[in-house]
Design a protein around this ligand. Structure first.
Ligand code: ZN
Ligand code: ZN
Length: 362
């Protein structure tokens, strides 16, 4: 991240400071504000200064990754160093990330930071992260492209007899080989009835033939996540399954078509459900087989705001990056999900995922 970008993020956060200081505890939020990617750190933000407190393991990393902020290396427990920093500044009021801080860490700080009241803050850093800068969109695009390239390359090599675990492993190895830091989440490969579990784990069993296989994969590149689901089959699935794929493709296209700045998230979700309501496969009306929400924001974390779900009135804004991933899951038969990453624009959206959405028959 450029120095300019990290400074402008801290400036934007300071405009939202309603406390004497804010304690940022979530690693992705610390990374967003400072560039520091270590897994242990505390960031204290005041109007005129920001201090990153971490321990000796991260001394060099913190120096290399940050600029324009103070870095303090604690000798022992960094939580004590944080409480001491609060005391040394005479802070009477400290906002904390209510959705991120464990009860244990909260209780510790309450006990140690004597005289300072802890005030729950409602995701102030996530409120900034929800809109992506041009640099961030570029980073996500790189991640999405790499993820698609891996899918394509591995599908071309896939041989009948590979297990679901083997395919997942090849995909994850491929990500690393092409320069990703790793997978953004455990890769899902699930064939036949197993695919009807939306978050199925790959099995050590051959990919079943002539049936649908769900492949849901994401990479982390330069800290940014990608997320894509495609349907593949080794041999030709029956007509009911082909119909299921067509129905979800239609629903996915309908949801993508509803995206533009100003539209409520629930409207996009509703569009996918409406499309599925018109279709029945194997005696099941498909909107009843769509058991999760339509999408989520993606960035430094695989799941972030906004949520594209029923009842979510939040309005989309240009610069949000979200997935669109309706699905339909028929117990005992198969599951289908098709997922792209898109950037919301003033008059629509740009689909970042370039992999064709058709069922890929191998
Ligand atoms: Zn996914
Ligand atoms: Zn997703």
């Amino acid at each position: 991240m450029s120095v300019v970008e990290s400074e402008s993020r801290l400036r934007a956060l300071r405009r939202r400071l309603r406390w004497e200081a804010l304690y940022v505890s979530a690693p992705p939020n610390i990374r967003y504000l400072t560039g520091f990617s270590g897994s242990a750190g505390h960031l204290l933000v005041r109007r005129d200064e920001a201090t990153l407190i971490t321990d000796g393991r991260y001394r060099t990393q913190a120096r290399l990754q940050t600029s324009g902020i103070a870095v303090e290396i604690s000798a022992g427990d960094s939580r004590i160093a944080l409480a001491e920093a609060v005391g040394a500044r005479g802070l009477k009021e400290l906002g904390f990330e209510a959705n991120r801080l464990s009860y244990d860490a909260y209780a510790f700080l309450r006990r140690e930071a004597v005289g300072c009241s802890l005030v729950p803050a409602d995701s102030p850093v996530e409120a900034l992260r929800i809109l992506k800068s041009e640099d961030e969109v570029r980073a996500i695009r790189r991640s999405v492209d790499l993820n698609s390239n891996v899918f394509d390359e591995v599908c071309r090599r896939l041989e009948p007899g590979w297990t679901e675990s083997r395919l997942a492993a090849e995909l994850e190895f491929g990500m690393r080989r092409l320069g990703a830091e790793g997978p953004a989440f455990p890769t899902i490969v699930a064939g036949g009835p197993h695919g009807a579990l939306p978050h199925a784990e790959p099995r050590d069993a051959a990919i079943p033939r002539n049936t649908l296989v769900v492949v849901d994969q994401g990479a982390v590149v330069g800290g940014y996540c990608s997320d894509m689901t495609r349907m593949i089959a080794v041999g030709r699935p029956d007509s009911a399954q082909m119909e299921l794929v067509e129905a979800v493709r239609e629903a996915q296209a309908a949801a993508v078509g509803a995206i533009r700045a100003g539209v409520e998230c629930r409207t996009v979700d509703g569009r996918a459900r409406q499309a599925l309501r018109k279709r029945t496969v194997g005696g099941v009306r498909l909107d009843t087989a769509f058991t999760h929400s339509t999408g989520h924001g993606v960035g430094l974390e695989i799941h972030e705001g906004p949520r594209i779900a029923a009842r979510r009135r939040q309005r989309l804004r240009a610069g949000m990056v979200v997935t669109v991933e309706p699905g339909a899951y028929l117990e005992g038969l198969a599951g289908v999900r098709i997922e792209d990453v898109v950037v919301v624009t003033e008059d629509g959206c740009e689909i970042l995922t370039r992999t064709p959405r058709e069922l890929r028959i191998l």
